[in-house]
Design a protein around this ligand. Structure first.
Ligand SMILES: [Zn+2]
Length: 780
């Protein structure tokens, strides 16, 4: 409309002094960043719909286990027998089954140590060298007998961490097959070079062991509509793809051990003392504080003896994808009830005295908080228990997880230990939701559970403590990774085993991306509904990345293909710059005012012309010498106003509607901002306008502004107030890797560099990281 009125715009431009490459611009102008993902996604079908939900013929396999296992505390080994009933719900006929043997990853046939790169340094730890030598003859499955339900041996082929059982007859759709496996292996020291998730920790001071048993029995591999058998070898990093089923597990351990496990303890009367049973029953009705069922004093007493008797603990678990357990005579045990979805969940912790005072104060409370926080954003926690075990570790299993966080021997601890412990408990308990219940394929995609869980963990942390350390710049923390050199960057959509920068790529970047989706791209309301819908749709099922991508769009009406493309399939960073700002004001002057302004401008220009120089150089021009060369234009007043000018102006003003007149008389500032996409990853523009009067305002422009030109866009903002400073992404939401270009006028801040004398380090003495210890020593 402004252009139709035929008004000139007077320009008061703040001209950029920066230059940029025209060639690079045209090259990147259209890199299809807004094209639909199309064939990059798996085709929808009757099992998985185009909207990201399970299809009308969705199926998944089931495996039920009955297991008897005995722990030998004298030589740190276990042996067991399991009966597996495998139910073929697929439409396919199966002629063999694949079973996972993760324990063999630590055995002599393992490829894991062979493919691990190694090098010699002038200074090396013993553990690193032991890792290079990797003596593993005694590990891996020692006994492995597979039999059918009649007790006849079944033909098997063991290929390192995978075992194929050849079926006597093809297993048709809807049929089930039962087989048993006898097995045994030596438990590894997870504190040694072998490390790994399961194993034991030895406490030399009291001569006791603490066992965290995981990946401890042959488990059914997943057979699915999207991948067939998931029988990729286990190299130690790409975790697990597992089948849901019901478990009954009988665990025989020394009589003075305390056992915690996936599922519900079936025989507390047999394995607990009368006092413990009484406290356990009290805990089941206590909602405000954890009840200690085995105290530190009781555990310390048990540490000193070694019972030769045995006890068998019986656990049952329904609809779980795995089963893990822990056992030690060192364990303190506490528990409390949490109301969740109309039923009670028992939040519990098992820890040795080495974990106190931290564990007694925090662990079970954090478990309870995590269940509530995650449930509110997904679905009601469906399992009867949730357990946190102190095991110098951080690893998750259904209903039980192994965590770290020990104070110093004097009972003090640093802030890092405290928050590290709370974070790892939130994280590992949170894994109950992803991937224990929303059961993605971890061996293929680490990010599908770690990324989603890290994102949820961040929100649970903010709900725990307003000053939680992670509150600062959740998006900005990914910047160092996004800035790293191209050869170290891979898309989030990279297989678990092939990831170079594992933590940033599979945890932090997807978590950051989801946080940006929620806070910046979709908004909380749309995101939370869609995310919950994904969790609800895929609860107790096997989702793929496509199911997540499609559901978040399906439930929100936000086209996110560009976002998945940039953040999940690409490696480009966010780096958007304010390239230029031009300032315009509407020309609403009268003809007289206009001419006066023109005259002033003309005269200003004249001052730049060195008349003295011209005079000296050209004593007399032709025109000055010869009147015959002059005409009208050599003497007319170019700044005089004609009656026509006046008339036209009057006519124009009379033609204006009241609304148009109002606009004409307004004193709006028009700011034409040019943004350059330096990094490549397109993102919304979040612009803060800081005004001359000290106030400010933020405008948000969706990422689609880049859809016609992915390299440079220009946009006009009309403001009544005068802007003194433009800031792009003022709240650091987008992980922009170069913030110096986010200001107009540019702002520069000095970086400090340290000066010190001699060979010493920091100028000031080290402040240490345990203020609690310093406070205590002051008191003494
Ligand atoms: Zn995790």
């Amino acid at each position: 409309m402004i252009r139709k009125l035929g008004l000139a715009l007077a320009v008061f431009a703040l001209v950029s002094t920066e230059s940029w490459s025209q060639a690079r611009r045209s090259e990147q102008n259209h890199a299809e960043r807004f094209e639909q993902l199309g064939t990059m996604l798996r085709s929808p079908n009757v099992y998985r719909t185009a909207s990201g939900a399970p299809g009308h013929m969705y199926w998944q396999q089931q495996a039920n286990y009955v297991i008897d296992v005995e722990l030998n505390d004298d030589n740190q080994s276990i042996s067991g027998r399991e009966t597996v009933t495998y139910i073929n719900n697929s439409p396919d006929v199966l002629t063999y089954l694949w079973v996972q043997l993760e324990e063999n990853q630590r055995g002599p046939e393992s490829d894991a140590p062979k493919v691990a790169e190694s090098s010699i340094n002038s200074r090396m730890t013993m553990r690193t060298l032991e890792g290079i030598l990797w003596e593993n003859e005694e590990f891996g499955y020692k006994v492995l007998n597979v039999k059918d339900s009649e007790g006849n041996a079944l033909p098997v082929a063991v290929n390192k961490t995978m075992m194929r059982i050849d079926l006597p007859e093809p297993l048709k759709s809807g049929e089930s097959f039962s087989f048993s496996v006898d097995w045994s292996f030596n438990i590894t020291d997870r504190m040694s070079y072998i490390s790994g998730r399961p194993g034991y920790e030895f406490f030399p001071e009291d001569g006791n062991y603490l066992y965290t048993m995981a990946e401890w029995f042959p488990r059914m591999a997943v057979y699915s509509d999207f991948e067939g058998w998931q029988n990729k070898q286990f190299f130690g990093r790409g975790e697990f793809a597992l089948v849901f089923g019901d478990y009954e597990v009988r665990i025989t351990v020394p009589a003075d051990h305390m056992v915690g496990a996936t599922g519900v303890l079936q025989n507390p009367e047999e394995v607990l003392s009368a006092t413990e049973l009484e406290r356990w029953n009290k805990a089941k009705k206590t909602y405000d504080n954890p009840v200690i069922i085995r105290t530190q004093a009781e555990a310390e007493k048990l540490e000193k003896g070694k019972s030769k008797d045995k006890k068998t603990w019986i656990f049952k678990a329904e609809n779980v994808r795995d089963f893990a357990w822990t056992s030690s005579r060192k364990f303190i045990w506490d528990a409390m009830a949490v109301k969740q979805g109309g039923k009670d969940v028992m939040a519990m912790s098992y820890y040795a005295k080495e974990g106190n005072p931290l564990w007694e104060q925090y662990s079970t409370r954090v478990v309870a908080h995590t269940i509530k926080s995650y449930s509110a954003k997904t679905f009601d926690y469906p399992y009867p228990t949730a357990i946190s075990v102190e095991g110098s570790n951080g690893m998750e299993y259904p209903m039980i997880c192994f965590n770290y966080g020990r104070p110093d021997k004097d009972g003090t601890y640093s802030e890092a230990v405290k928050y590290g412990m709370i974070s790892v408990i939130i994280h590992e308990v949170g894994h109950n939701f992803f991937p224990m219940i929303v059961n993605s394929d971890e061996r293929q995609w680490t990010w599908m559970d770690e990324g989603l869980n890290t994102f949820m963990q961040f929100m649970a942390e903010q709900e725990w403590d307003r000053n939680y350390p992670s509150r600062r710049g959740p998006a900005h923390k990914i910047v160092p990774y996004m800035r790293s050199e191209k050869q170290y960057l891979e898309p989030i959509m990279t297989n678990s085993e092939n990831i170079i920068q594992f933590g940033p790529n599979a945890y932090a970047k997807p978590a950051t991306a989801l946080n940006i989706l929620r806070e910046t791209v979709m908004g909380r309301e749309l995101f939370d509904f869609a995310f919950k819908e994904y969790a609800r749709r895929w609860m107790f099922k096997h989702p793929t990345p496509e199911d997540l991508f499609r559901t978040l769009e399906d439930a929100s009406a936000v086209d996110l293909d560009w976002f998945w493309r940039g953040w999940f399939y690409g490696t480009e960073p966010v780096d958007i710059a304010i390239q230029d700002v031009k300032w315009f004001k509407l020309d609403n002057r009268t003809p007289a005012e206009n001419k006066a302004a023109e005259k002033a401008e003309f005269e200003r220009e004249e001052t730049y012309i060195s008349k003295e120089f011209n005079k000296a150089d050209v004593p007399q021009t032709v025109l000055e010498a010869d009147p015959a060369t002059r005409d009208f234009y050599n003497s007319y007043d170019r700044f005089a106003i004609t009656p026509e000018d006046e008339e036209e102006y009057k006519r124009f003003m009379a033609s204006l509607s009241p609304k148009e007149k109002e606009l004409m008389n307004s004193d709006l500032n028009f700011y034409e901002l040019t943004f350059e996409n330096v990094g490549g990853l397109v993102m919304p523009l979040i612009i803060e306008f800081q005004y001359a009067d000290g106030t400010s305002e933020i405008e948000r422009i969706p990422a689609e502004i880049w859809k016609l030109n992915e390299t440079e866009v220009t946009k006009v903002f009309a403001k009544e107030k005068e802007v003194v400073q433009f800031v792009l992404d003022p709240m650091r939401e987008t992980a922009d890797i170069d913030e110096s270009s986010n200001y107009w006028p540019r702002q520069y801040q000095p970086s400090r560099f340290e000066l010190f004398k001699g060979r010493g380090g920091a100028r000031g003495a080290s402040t240490g990281d345990n203020p609690m210890k310093r406070a205590q020593s002051k008191r003494k």
